[in-house]
Design a protein around this ligand. Structure first.
Ligand code: HEC
Length: 114
């Protein structure tokens, strides 16, 4: 996965701008469950399986409440250079990152089994 994360710099602008039109859209239920799975498994490897923190800080409503959703969304899309937080723009668009941040701020859903 880390190889994927490092490629695609040229596509960055396109990836960030193209989904703007759809920024307010909710993901489909199928995509939402993929995103929940991704956050629980991939983000959970650093932020803790229960998102209470590990290598990365907790991603719980009480720890995110004071922070602007906008900047959290860009942290998810672009990562934090100089820290282990990687960019996720290759795996989700802006609307999806926004959705993930909103879910984190509300208390992230459990994975559903299908
Ligand atoms: C390789 C480890 C790693 C993975 C995987 C990871 N993160 Fe992070 N994340 C971090 C670290 C470390 C920080 C703290 C960066 C800093 O020092 O500012 C961070 C910071 C954040 C922040 C900012 C938190 C705050 O309080 O400001 C958010 C939001 C976040 N991560 C979301 C995610 C999401 C969503 C995913 C999965 C899509 C994810 N992270 C995957 C390591 C990781």
């Amino acid at each position: 996965m880390s190889e994927n994360l490092k490629t695609g710099k040229a596509g960055l602008l396109f990836c960030l701008l193209a989904p703007l039109a759809a920024a307010a859209a909710e993901p489909t239920p199928e995509r939402a469950s993929e995103l929940v799975r991704m956050v629980r498994q991939d983000c959970g490897s650093c932020h803790g399986l229960t998102l209470k923190g590990g290598l990365g800080p907790p991603l719980l409503p009480e720890t995110l409440r004071e922070k602007p959703a906008e900047s959290l969304r860009y942290t998810v899309l672009l990562g934090r250079p100089g820290t282990p937080m990687p960019p996720w723009k290759a795996f989700m668009n802006e609307a999806e990152a926004d959705w993930v941040v909103r879910q984190l701020m509300q208390g992230f859903p459990e994975e559903t089994r299908r």
